[in-house]
Design a protein around this ligand. Structure first.
Ligand SMILES: Cc1ncc(COP(=O)(O)O)c(C=O)c1O
Length: 435
């Protein structure tokens, strides 16, 4: 559809430069620390930027130890491997620590949360999502332990910067003797009220990971961190991520190694960004609130959070369309088709309209249980087994909260450099889609 020629969109100007979903925002201080690394010749995976970044992030998140790594995917791999080794013992070099084991995982997340389970030869069992925070549903997790009582590891992600219901999840895990890998890649700086204290995401699991990917709340261009209160765990991850080198004059190895350490250049960028983390969060929050205000009267809601228990970092602002305002919209594996319908709209239409005006939105992350690669993995909802619930002779098809959020939701431009005028234009484009 040609949105510019459509009289329904008359008077809306195309954005001159692209409005991004979430792009890096530099402040100048980053250059100082990158230059420092170059001038002092610490252009390697050791150096003062790494030391300082680890120290500052451990302090901010409230964990005793932080290990700087090349990305959060590496941090999640180390976290998952370590959890597997502590639960089931050291694996042979040719086998993962989770071989033959099931692991309960967030379903509505980016696949980097769960791929490390596969790297370690484990089998992810996906846990459906609740509607209050769009994260792992504790009731579905409880069902999963009924179906698979032997499981001892749970991977939990905080979607779009909104903390999951960690107290409930933790309580269920404790009851079943299970450990938690916490994926706080999207939620750095988000807070959660637990036991009367506000705690940071990234400190709520037994093994925790954060990201400095280019689109995150602060960035190093890439980079990630493993966070823990255990000195032994931190030392293990440090060893594994530097090729598992032993204390010998030559290269001596007793364990499989990885080249996962953070570069001192990347750490320089992160070091320069840390002082601006709280400012970034405040600006993201203002964007979320401006959208909420701007969409009043439209048949949509913002991505939700529990205001009593959590303070998100508002990394991405999203909307979900009311069921009765959904226009016909179907998705294949790689393409989609939507129909213009008066008074209604669809994620397909809104995202295409935004793109036509040079603004970047994105579909909600496609749930893991719907991904071709994981189509044979188990999926558990509040009803129990979430697979094979449809029946030609009975109406309905079972509950699948994640699939529903994917079908009706979308992520909006959430870049903190977006001006109020630009955001008003985005709001106007969305409104016109419902005309
Ligand atoms: C939920 C989640 N987990 C993990 C990652 C992986 O982080 P990284 O890109 O730093 O490897 C991302 C994003 O990139 C993410 O959104």
């Amino acid at each position: 559809m040609d949105f510019h020629a459509d009289p329904g969109f008359a008077g809306i100007e195309k954005f001159e430069s692209k409005l991004w979903l979430a792009s890096p925002t530099m402040h100048g201080e980053e250059k100082k620390w990158v230059d420092d690394a170059i001038v002092t010749n610490w252009v390697s995976t050791v150096g003062e930027n790494i030391n300082e970044t680890e120290k500052k992030m451990a302090e901010y998140v409230g964990c005793k130890y932080a290990v700087g790594l090349s990305c959060c995917t590496a941090a999640l791999h180390m976290a998952t491997k370590l959890a597997g080794e502590k639960l089931y013992g050291q694996a042979r070099p040719s086998e993962g620590t989770l071989a033959g084991r099931k692991v309960f995982c967030s379903d509505l997340t980016f696949d980097a949360s769960v791929n490390p389970v596969a790297y370690e030869d484990g089998e992810a069992v996906f846990i459906d999502t609740e509607k209050d925070t769009w994260n792992m549903d504790p009731a579905a997790l409880e069902k999963a332990f009924e179906l698979y009582p032997d499981v001892k590891l749970v991977v939990v992600a905080h979607l779009y910067g909104t903390p999951a219901k960690m107290d409930e999840i933790r309580k269920i895990c404790e009851k079943h003797g299970a450990s938690i890998v916490e994926d706080a890649a999207e939620s750095l700086g988000a807070k959660y009220l637990s036991g009367g204290d506000w705690k940071e995401t990234g400190s709520l699991g037994d093994y925790n990971a954060i990201s400095f990917n280019g689109n995150k709340i602060i960035t190093g261009s890439s980079g990630g961190m493993f966070l823990t209160n255990s000195r032994e765990d931190a030392e293990k991850v440090r060893k594994w991520s530097t090729q598992s080198r032993e204390a010998a004059p030559w290269y001596q190895h007793e364990e499989v190694g990885y080249n996962y350490r953070m570069s001192n250049i990347v750490a320089g960028v992160v070091r320069g960004q840390i002082p601006f983390l709280d400012e970034h969060i405040a600006r993201k929050k203002a964007i979320w609130e401006r959208y909420k205000e701007g969409f009043k009267g439209l048949p949509v809601s913002m991505n939700p959070y529990d205001g009593k228990k959590s303070i998100p970092n508002f990394w991405l602002s999203c909307i979900i369309i009311d069921e009765d305002a959904m226009a016909p919209h179907v998705r294949g594996d790689k393409d989609e088709l939507w129909k213009k319908t008066s008074g209604k709209s669809s994620p397909g239409e809104i995202l295409e309209a935004l793109a036509a005006f040079n603004a970047e939105g994105r579909p909600i992350w496609k749930p893991m249980h719907m991904q071709p690669i994981y189509c044979e993995n188990a999926f558990v909802t509040v009803e129990g087994n979430g697979r094979g619930r449809t029946n030609a002779y009975i109406e309905g098809g079972g509950i699948d909260v994640g699939a529903d959020i994917f079908r009706r939701g979308l992520c909006l431009p959430s870049d903190i450099k977006m001006t109020a005028e630009q955001q008003d234009r985005v709001i106007e484009i969305v409104k016109r889609c419902f005309a």
